[in-house]
Design a protein around this ligand. Structure first.
Ligand SMILES: NC(=O)c1ccc[n+]([C@@H]2O[C@H](COP(=O)([O-])OP(=O)(O)OC[C@H]3O[C@@H](n4cnc5c(N)ncnc54)[C@H](O)[C@@H]3O)[C@@H](O)[C@H]2O)c1
Length: 250
């Protein structure tokens, strides 16, 4: 087992890549806190993990709210004594609008995708320091590296913030034994909040820029996260892993 006896918290774990990551970490031996705002979906991920013989618990968490982070981390350490792995995966899309200069949408995207990751890092680092180290994996995107059509620029800006926040904290926390890396998925199944990026015509155009010629699968991202979470990547920090079928190589 690749993360045996470790304790993990995955945000946005009720669906998509977060759910796939929670399942995989549990299968590889971690106890997993499935954190999300969607209680019913989150509980069903927990039930699946338990049915497969793993250990999980649901945490209701809005990543943009600091008091909720305090409570979530306290619940994990209260139940399992430590936190070894934090996956800051929760996020919302920027493609569900016709107004690419909507100010309220800028604020909401930055609150969830950038502030939410900052708060996770802040409270994760505090508890990992006490435990002697840990691994934090932040979900950025190809959109954190390049711009795209039909996506609110806040999405790209928020994912770019995640990319550099990751490197900054990696530099500052290396001495504490805390590794921090970012994962950059490419064209994946649409998010719950996707608009234009769920449109088959838009997706077909994007696929023309994917050397592997297909959409990625959630487990393909989960395996990259598992690697960064495990001790197999013990000498990696501040790096970015592109899981994009070659999109950023073009
Ligand atoms: N799907 C893609 O094409 C794609 C590509 C690159 C990067 N990403 C990033 O990967 C991550 C996961 O995306 P996904 O495709 O699995 O999306 P998804 O919509 O399936 O899952 C996102 C999860 O985050 C949760 N969430 C949203 N806001 C939250 C909040 N404030 N607090 C707590 N939970 C919240 C949702 O309830 C949902 O369960 C996101 O950060 C996304 O930006 C997605």
């Amino acid at each position: 087992m690749r993360v045996a006896n470790k304790v993990a918290l995955v945000t946005g774990a009720a669906s998509g890549m977060g759910a796939a990551t929670a399942r995989l970490l549990a299968r590889e031996g971690a106890r997993v806190a499935v954190a999300d705002m969607l209680e019913a979906e989150g509980q069903s991920v927990v039930a699946e993990i338990e049915k497969a013989g793993g250990t999980a618990r649901f945490l209701r968490l809005d990543v943009a709210e600091e008091e909720q982070w305090e409570a979530a981390v306290a619940e994990v350490t209260g139940a399992w004594g430590r936190l070894d792995i934090l996956v800051n995966n929760a996020g919302i899309s920027g493609s569900n609008t016709n107004n690419l200069y909507d100010t309220a949408l800028w604020d909401r995207i930055m609150a969830v995708n950038a502030r939410g990751v900052f708060l996770g890092v802040k409270h994760g680092v505090a508890v990992m320091r006490q435990g002697g180290g840990g691994s934090i994996i932040n979900l950025s995107s190809i959109s954190g590296v390049v711009g795209q059509q039909r996506i609110h620029c806040a999405y790209n800006a928020s994912k770019a913030a995640v990319r550099l926040l990751t490197k900054s904290v990696a530099v500052q926390e290396g001495a504490a034994g805390i590794r921090v890396n970012s994962v950059h998925p490419g064209l994946m199944p649409p998010m719950r909040t996707s608009g234009a990026t769920a449109d088959p015509v838009f997706r077909a155009k994007m696929l023309n820029h994917v050397p592997l010629g297909r959409t990625g699968e959630v487990d393909e991202v989960a395996y990259a996260i598992l690697f960064l979470a495990s001790d197999e990547s013990a000498y990696m920090t501040g790096t970015e892993l592109h899981v994009d079928g070659g999109y950023l190589a073009c």
